[in-house]
Design a protein around this ligand. Structure first.
Ligand code: HEM
Length: 145
């Protein structure tokens, strides 16, 4: 083997080691990043609200709501929950939904709309499930007797 070809092989091996080290230390993308960052979450929240405000099962709940504020708060909340650089400045979930009479069926309808919105954006099922798992515990605050 010539000297130059073994030097090339050493260089290639070094490069492979460096690339492997790089791949193993690169942090996995956060849920926030996988949702498309600020722009992705903004569009997702808007789609969810549009679907819900048009959904005969739950649109009555949104009739009196300040949708612009709701959208802003929801974006902040989803951003903060998914590891993004935001602070949620809205009310806690119990206070925000107090007196709205939201039932388990209403909650499930909204979750269905969220799933449809995530599918429409082509988000992978694992990403969809991760977001749903973060929201599921809120059900007991939102559905009130
Ligand atoms: C996991 C599910 C849900 C999340 C993460 C969520 C999140 C939020 C947030 C962040 C706000 C704004 C709070 C604030 O302004 O301080 C809000 C308000 C509101 N939510 Fe939800 N929500 C959920 C489920 C639901 C459901 C199932 C309904 C009805 C079917 C609903 C109807 C409303 C309405 C009408 C408001 C506005 C209340 C007002 O203007 O006073 N939400 N929600």
């Amino acid at each position: 083997m010539s000297r130059s070809s073994s030097a090339a092989r050493v260089a290639a091996a070094l490069l492979a080691v460096l690339l492997a080290a790089c791949a193993s230390t690169a942090p996995a993308p956060t849920l926030y990043q996988r949702l498309g960052g600020q722009a992705g979450i903004d569009a997702l929240a808007l789609d969810l609200l549009e679907r819900s405000a048009a959904d005969p099962r739950i649109r009555g709940d949104f009739a009196e709501a300040d949708i612009v504020n709701l959208h802003e708060r929801l974006v902040e909340q989803l951003c903060a929950l998914s590891g993004g650089p935001c602070t949620y400045r809205g009310r806690d979930m119990r206070a925000a939904h107090l007196g709205l009479g939201i039932t388990e069926a209403d909650f499930n309808a909204l979750v269905e709309n969220l799933l449809d919105a995530m599918r429409a954006r082509g988000l992978p099922v694992a990403t969809q499930n991760e977001l749903l798992a973060l929201l599921a515990p809120m059900q007991r605050e939102i559905v009130q007797p």
